[in-house]
Design a binder for this molecule. Structure first.
Ligand code: SME
Length: 161
């Protein structure tokens, strides 16, 4: 397993994702433990981009429960269909939120969060097993570039479930 990420900090966001993805795959290869791998994946994403918060929530019964994350302390439980994360779960789709204050029902775990992207992670049965949530201190920080590359990250996580 690589001990250090090698990322050109002067590169564009898309180039950084292109550098990061093979390193994420190397990071998790040979390690069967899902929690350990997700913990390293969220840490690597935060280290690469400096986002405010990067983490996952697991579907447990009728709630999402906080999993490995990097960033400020966060809400531990989110109900089905609530907030951006709960909507990503109930609608099984990616949400790119340019301004969290304009998203009805947004759950403010941190007052510093201004924009957010949430992606569902599917289990082998095709149901949502987790969501990947990333928050930024900047308005409209996420675009289709993030969605495209982070979908590859969720596919990597899906391959381990
Ligand atoms: N803002 C999220 C809650 C989770 S935190 O951002 C870590 C939401 O509305 O679902």
């Amino acid at each position: 397993m690589a001990e250090n990420l090698i990322i050109n900090q002067a590169a564009s966001r898309g180039e950084k994702y292109r550098d990061l993805l093979p390193q994420l795959k190397a990071l998790v290869s040979g390690e069967p433990d899902l929690i350990a791998n997700v913990a390293n994946i969220v840490a690597a994403i935060r280290e690469t981009f400096g986002f405010l918060w990067v983490g996952v929530y697991f579907v447990k019964g009728d709630q999402l429960v906080l999993g490995p994350f990097q960033g400020p302390i966060a809400c531990t439980r989110i109900a089905y269909g609530k907030g951006v994360c709960g909507r990503s779960w109930s609608e099984k789709k990616v949400f790119v939120v340019e301004d969290v204050d304009r998203f009805p029902g947004h759950i403010a775990c941190s007052s510093s969060s201004r924009s957010e992207i949430v992606l569902p992670v599917l289990g082998k049965d095709g149901n949502v097993a987790m969501v990947l949530d990333i928050d930024s201190e900047h308005l409209a920080d996420f675009s289709s570039v993030d969605e495209q590359f982070l979908t590859q990250v969720t596919e990597l996580i899906e391959s381990m479930i």
